[in-house]
Design a protein around this ligand. Structure first.
Ligand code: AMP
Length: 521
């Protein structure tokens, strides 16, 4: 039943004594149990409100938690589209779907993501459960997938094992445009192979998903070396920054001792300025990392995937080694003006200046893609190689791996900004209108027959008047409306109304499905 608008009742004080025997027996009264007020329905109705008031809430005052979002039916077409593409391409590229629990041991992420990362220090939804275990809502899924790989002995299967996943992640981030506390990611992981071709294939796959979604994007890529060569770079970076320490933000002053690489992608403009002349990690790569990186780039060239070498890209998680990459949305200048994009900082703190630091640009048309990057847009997703992670999480053998994760809300934001055309779900072929109780019941059954006959039927069984039903049918743009009323029930007939011409035909009720099919052909 459609809800009637709720009437606001005026507060009145003078009728206090109207039902005196009930005083003190209302919900929420101190020291008394609530009483069911059977004989006074009008009072009984108020008890719900009284109860809510006793809980310190007004009626209807519930709202979303900060940083959470509802996905309403009208949004679903975007979600379906992204899910379909991910599933389709995942299967084509040989990745199997994996689902891991949302709740995991907190220590898993502490160890995998790194103690000094923002995720671990500020953003975990972690708590002690009733059994005293330290658990958390997963902030990302790579650690879980690697845990599953080890736990299920997948090292003994053919390598690499390739997985894709899709689901909610939780980070107690500062809520702002493009950032939520519960958001969804899809991701791809290839575990058990160290070949550079794997890194390239993951980037190609990410790029192809964007391409299939008709999104204009650019790949940002860097190498952050390995445990062998990174220390020398870290030292050079710290030496360079020591004298500039006073100009760094408080976070970066802290990072200088703990995690200097993260200063490279700090969002603070002053820090970014300080980093302009910083040493570049590519100059410090060992032979193995350098060779690996060159091969990844060669593979991308071979497949004509445009990319920018971005020396400031380090990613926020500790487990990465060698290749790191992100995909950013691109907007042409005209669109940028129209959209009036401003305000948001790039998630990874990479400004236009930084894209100018790009030391190589490769694009199908030979033009500079850096010039088209909209600095106000956030990375769609990113990833890289994480050769040491499985061992950190308990694998007994060396288990090189690589993967990436993409934010679905972020992707949908860009799909909308780039005005990518999306067809919604198929609209109804016909409308089924009814008049009277008997007709309602028969219509319910006829709806089932129409569904079995693959005829998409709209209805509003809660409505009684024909006029409002025909208006709804008109709004939906259906070609025909079936009308059944008292007279039709007696005659065992049904009316088929052509919504464009208004012409109505009476047909045998038992042939309704057949007759509709004939007309829809
Ligand atoms: P990360 O796991 O940090 O590498 O993030 C990968 C992608 O997930 C980002 O590029 C975003 O698209 C998305 N993402 C990360 N954090 C959030 C967030 N708080 N809200 C919405 N999307 C996010």
């Amino acid at each position: 039943m459609a809800r009637k608008p709720i009437k606001k009742t005026k507060k009145t004080t003078k009728k206090k004594a109207a039902v005196p025997q009930l005083q003190g027996f209302r919900f929420g009264s101190k020291g008394r149990e609530p009483v069911r007020l059977k004989k006074t329905p009008s009072r009984a109705k108020k008890t719900g409100k009284a109860f809510q008031e006793s809980q310190g809430r007004k009626m209807g005052s519930f709202s979303l938690l900060r940083g959470m979002k509802d996905v309403l039916p009208e949004e679903q077409k975007y979600w379906d589209l992204v899910r379909d593409k991910v599933e389709k391409l995942g299967s084509i590229y040989g990745f199997g779907k994996i689902e891991t629990p949302i709740l995991e041991e907190t220590a898993l992420f502490r160890r995998a993501v790194g103690e000094d990362t923002d995720i671990i220090t500020k953003e975990m939804f972690s708590f002690k459960d009733q059994g005293g275990d330290e658990v958390c809502l997963r902030p990302e899924a790579t650690a879980s997938v690697v845990r599953a790989y080890i736990e299920h002995g997948m090292l003994n299967r053919s390598q690499p094992q390739k997985f894709w996943y899709l689901g909610p992640m939780f980070r107690r981030d500062r809520p702002q445009a493009g950032r939520q506390r519960q958001f969804n990611q899809f991701g791809f992981e290839a575990i058990g192979a160290g070949d550079s071709v794997i890194d390239a294939q993951l980037i190609i796959l990410f790029y192809k998903i964007c391409e299939e979604l008709k999104m204009d994007v650019t790949v940002q890529i860097n190498s952050i070396g390995c445990l062998e060569c990174r220390p020398a770079y870290k030292k050079a970076l710290v030496d360079y920054l020591k004298v500039k320490k006073n100009f760094l933000c408080d976070d970066c002053k802290n990072r200088l001792g703990k995690n200097p690489l993260r200063i490279l992608d700090c969002k603070n403009r002053e820090c970014q300025k300080m980093m302009e002349e910083a040493p570049q990690i590519v100059d410090f790569l060992c032979e193995d990392c350098k060779g690996h990186f060159i091969k990844v780039l060669e593979c991308l060239d071979e497949c004509a995937i445009p990319y920018n070498l971005n020396s400031k890209l380090v990613r926020g998680l500790d487990y990465y080694t060698k290749t790191v990459f992100e995909i950013w949305p691109l907007f042409d200048e005209q669109k940028e003006d129209q959209l009036g994009t401003q305000g948001e900082e790039n998630e990874k703190g990479v400004s236009t200046n930084e894209t100018n630091m790009t030391n190589k640009t490769n694009n199908k048309d030979g033009e500079s893609v850096a010039s088209k990057v909209d600095p106000s847009n956030l990375a769609l997703g990113g990833g890289g190689r994480y050769d040491g992670l499985a061992e950190i999480l308990g694998a007994r053998e060396e288990t090189p791996a690589a993967g990436f994760a993409v934010g679905i809300e972020r992707m949908i934001l860009v799909l909308k900004k780039q005005e990518v055309k999306i067809s919604g779900s198929k609209k109804a072929d016909i409308f089924l209108a009814q008049l009277g109780d008997q007709a309602k019941k028969i219509s319910l059954k006829l709806f089932e027959d129409l569904r079995k006959g693959n005829i998409k039927t709209a209805e509003n069984f809660s409505k009684d008047g024909l006029k409002s039903q025909l208006e709804q049918a008109d709004k939906l743009g259906v070609k025909y409306t079936l009308i059944i009323g008292q007279k039709e029930i007696l005659d065992r007939t049904i009316i088929i109304r052509d919504m464009e011409s208004g012409v109505q035909e009476v047909v045998d009720f038992d042939k309704a499905v057949e007759e509709v099919k004939k007309r829809l052909k």
